[in-house]
Every structure is written in structure tokens, then in C-alpha cells.
Design a protein around this ligand. Structure first.
Ligand code: MAN
Length: 355
């Protein structure tokens, strides 16, 4: 399928743009940003992935957050006992448990025009609970009233869960705990109540493969207690047979909720991660469980910074800002950098109606 023409495209942030949080760590990725339009322009919470600088022959360095010491510590494991699953993950042979070879936190970045970075703030959202020992990742931001709600992935020895935080100023954050237990990620909140209830898209994934991971939808009276879970969407084509998940928070249009989501083409072999591309969904305004249209890929890895990097061939949309007839879509590319591209709203809506 043909992708939609990019009206603007830029690589906004690279690992070299950000100093590591400590001298003995190095930044390997600044990607998958939560993005929201605020009074003075666009605010982003960018996922910063870091790994230890030191190498020891015969060992792998596995970072984790030490809760008591409030700092990253490193576990050195023998590499013959912890072979890689893919570039991101190793598996301890004896226990069968996996660990990440990096640890992520979130950093506040600002842009007045949404197309270039003006400043990188000191403010961070770092791991702080036992559910965040292996990092906090992939935030999505939804403004509801005058509060910005952040759903983010919390990774720990208890699994991969999704937590909620909120802020009014992006300098301090309130944590509201885990809202979707393991394994669940790619959670996005709708920006208003529908039929009196908050709505979220989420992506549960279990270890028994009765199904490929699917997107689900849930509702809540208060953003903390979620119920009414329903299966919502599986893969919609070859480009999304491996995985699908919500990308950006949904935006209201006259024709329905527009949701930019991701799909994975599934690699061949265990360590091949496959290609991640982006599609568009159109959901009924009154009942977002009703999918009115879907299309994809509307954009796919194309530029060098999307095709080459820590995990090659990944575009992973996580933020959207609509201005008039176009949308700026923010995404992680190759699990390494942050990109922005501009698409016509009309073209996205027309493509989604075709199904
Ligand atoms: C996958 C990837 C990684 C991420 C882990 C844990 O392996 O998405 O980037 O760190 O899951 O969430």
C-alpha cells in the first residue's frame, strides 16, 4: 500500500544532543516521546535509554534502579549464562528470566514551533517504585482539563506494566500507580469523557499465544480504576501481522476519533525484530469501540535515521499535534532518535475511510 506524502520531516533529537545522567553511563537512545501542545508551544517527555560505558570481557552489564540508593546500579552477568534474545534483551539461562541491556528515564524537552528543539529541561521522571526497577519508557501525554496525564511503561522483575502520572507544569510529577498490570503497554487516554466515562486503548500481551497481541479498549470513572475491557483490533494487514498497538493519543475530528497506531511485520527468526510502521484508525465519536476505518501503513521506515540505528527499520508514533489542516506526528525512529513528520489531516481521514 502507498504511504502518505510527508509535508515536512526532521530528525529532532539524537543521543549526542543529551549528556548522560552520569559519567559512567552513555545515552544510546532519545526516542518514543510523549508530546502535548501547551501554552508556549510543544512540550515533550522523551525516553532516554542509557547503558554502562564500561565493558568487561566475558560479561554483560545489566543496569537497574536501586530503590534504596535512588541510583542506577549494574549487575555483571557471565555472557555464556545470559545469551542475547535480541539487541535489547538477554535471557538468563538458568532462571529463564529476561533483562534489558539498558535503562530508560523520561526527560522534558521543549519546542516553540514543534519542528525544532529549543531547550532540554532539567526535569526528569526517573524510576521511583519497585515496578520501575528496569526503567520507565514510552510515555503518552493527554491533556484533560488543565492537567496533563502521562501513561508510561514501567518495567521491573514483576513484568512490563503501564502506570499513570500527572503534571500541570512539567517540573513536578504526581504518580498514580499501575493502571494496567503486566503485560500491558501502548496505553493511550482519550482527551475527554465519552458517555460519562474515560476511555483508554491498551495492549495486553500474555505468554501463551492463543492470539497475536491485539489492541483492547477499556473505560473508567476516574482514570485509576479500569473495566469494561473489550477486544478492539487485531492486525490489519501484512505490515501489522506481528504486533499492533496504540500510538498517539486519539484526536477528535468531525468524522471520528483519529488514532495513529503502530504495527509490526514480524521478523524471521527469534532475534529479528521485523519492521515497525504506522497506520491510521478512525473511531466512532460516541462509541470508540466501533472502528469506522483503518489504513496502513501511512508511514513506514524510509529515511536513513529510520532505517539505521539500535533497532533498524522502526517508526513508532507516540505524539500528535493538530494545527489546521495538518498534523505533526512525533515518533521514535530505530529506537535511537526522535523524529517529527507532517501529514495532511484530509489525506489521513480519506485513507482510513477506504477500508
Ligand atoms: C521491548 C522493547 C524495548 C523495551 C522492552 C520493555 O523489548 O520495546 O524497547 O525496553 O520491551 O518494555
Amino acid at each position: 500500500m502507498k504511504t502518505i506524502r510527508r509535508l515536512f520531516n526532521a530528525c529532532l533529537l539524537r543521543p549526542a544532543d543529551l549528556p548522560a545522567s552520569r559519567d559512567d553511563l552513555e545515552v544510546i537512545g532519545v526516542f518514543n516521546p510523549g508530546v502535548v501542545a501547551a501554552e508556549k508551544g510543544v512540550v515533550m517527555l522523551v525516553r532516554v535509554a542509557e547503558r554502562p560505558v564500561e565493558r568487561r570481557t566475558g560479561f554483560v552489564a545489566l543496569p537497574r534502579w536501586d530503590l534504596a540508593g535512588k541510583r542506577v546500579v549494574v549487575d555483571w552477568m557471565r555472557d555464556d549464562e545470559t545469551p542475547p534474545v535480541d539487541v535489547r534483551v538477554v535471557k538468563h539461562k538458568q532462571s529463564g528470566l529476561v533483562r534489558l541491556s539498558f535503562i530508560s528515564h523520561l526527560r522534558v524537552v521543549r519546542s516553540r514551533d514543534g519542528r525544532s528543539i529549543d531547550s532540554i529541561d532539567g526535569a526528569r521522571l526517573e524510576p521511583a517504585t519497585e515496578y520501575e526497577e528496569y526503567g520507565v519508557e514510552d510515555p503518552r501525554i493527554t491533556r484533560i482539563g488543565d492537567t496533563f496525564y502521562i501513561t508510561y511503561v514501567a518495567v521491573s522483575r514483576h513484568g512490563v506494566a503501564t502506570a499513570l502520572a500527572s503534571t500541570r507544569d512539567f517540573s513536578s510529577f504526581q504518580r498514580h500507580g499501575i493502571i494496567f498490570p503486566p503485560e500491558n503497554k501502548d496505553v493511550v487516554l482519550f482527551p475527554e469523557r465519552i458517555g460519562g466515562r474515560y476511555h483508554a486503548l491498551h495492549r495486553p500481551a500474555g505468554s501463551a499465544s492463543f492470539t497475536k497481541p491485539e489492541m483492547w479498549i477499556a473505560t473508567s470513572p476516574d482514570l485509576s480504576h479500569w473495566g469494561g475491557h473489550e477486544h478492539f483490533l487485531g492486525g490489519t494487514g501484512e505490515w501489522a501481522v506481528g504486533r499492533v498497538g496504540a500510538g498517539t493519543p486519539p484526536v477528535r475530528t468531525s468524522e471520528g476519533w483519529l488514532e495513529v497506531y503502530h504495527g509490526n511485520s514480524q521478523g524471521h527468526g527469534d532475534s529479528d525484530i521485523g519492521i515497525y510502521s504506522a497506520g491510521v484508525l478512525l473511531l466512532d465519536l460516541e462509541d470508540p469501540r466501533r472502528v469506522l476505518g483503518a489504513s496502513g501503513p501511512v508511514f513506514a521506515p524510509e529515511t536513513a535515521f529510520e532505517r539505521e540505528g539500535y533497532v533498524p527499520n522502526v517508526v513508532f508514533p507516540t505524539g500528535i499535534v493538530v494545527r489546521g489542516g495538518t498534523a505533526l506526528i512525533y515518533y521514535g525512529a530505530a529506537d535511537t532518535v526522535t523524529g517529527v513528520l507532517e501529514l495532511s489531516m484530509r489525506e489521513m481521514l480519506v485513507s482510513a475511510r477506504r477500508l
